[in-house]
Design a protein around this ligand. Structure first.
Ligand SMILES: [Zn+2]
Length: 125
């Protein structure tokens, strides 16, 4: 459905941004509490070094912040459309954000590395 060779494919499918083949995170399940943020040192297929520089993924915090605010606003709007009161709205936002936190952090890191690394056609097939 999502075309291989796009950044969206890499972000959604947990794949290396350069070859779109090797896995980025070691565990494919974001809700496995122990070690859900462990990444491979290098791409298993194209040997791209994922940790481009020391503390590279600190920058993903800003991406995560943006995603979290966008989700909170979206949930707020949905709750207003459903005519929920303010307490229910706040509780809804907190519950949804807590439940989606593991996925948000992983997606933030994938978005962040995709800002710096582009797909290379030589890794097709
Ligand atoms: Zn790769």
């Amino acid at each position: 459905m999502i075309k291989k060779g796009t950044k969206l494919y890499s972000i959604i499918k947990n794949k290396c941004p350069q070859c779109n083949q090797g896995d980025f995170f070691i565990n494919s399940n974001p809700y496995k509490i122990n070690g859900n943020l462990k990444i491979h040192d290098n791409c298993p297929k194209c040997e791209l070094k994922y940790m481009i520089e020391p503390s590279f993924f600190y920058g993903a915090m800003y991406v995560s912040y943006g995603l979290t605010v966008a989700m909170a606003v979206a949930i707020f709007i949905i709750c207003q459309l459903l005519s929920l009161d303010l307490v229910s709205t706040v509780i809804s936002i907190i519950v949804v954000l807590i439940l989606s936190l593991p996925n948000l952090v992983r997606i933030s890191r994938l978005i962040y590395i995709n800002m710096f690394v582009s797909y290379e056609k030589k890794f097709e097939n």
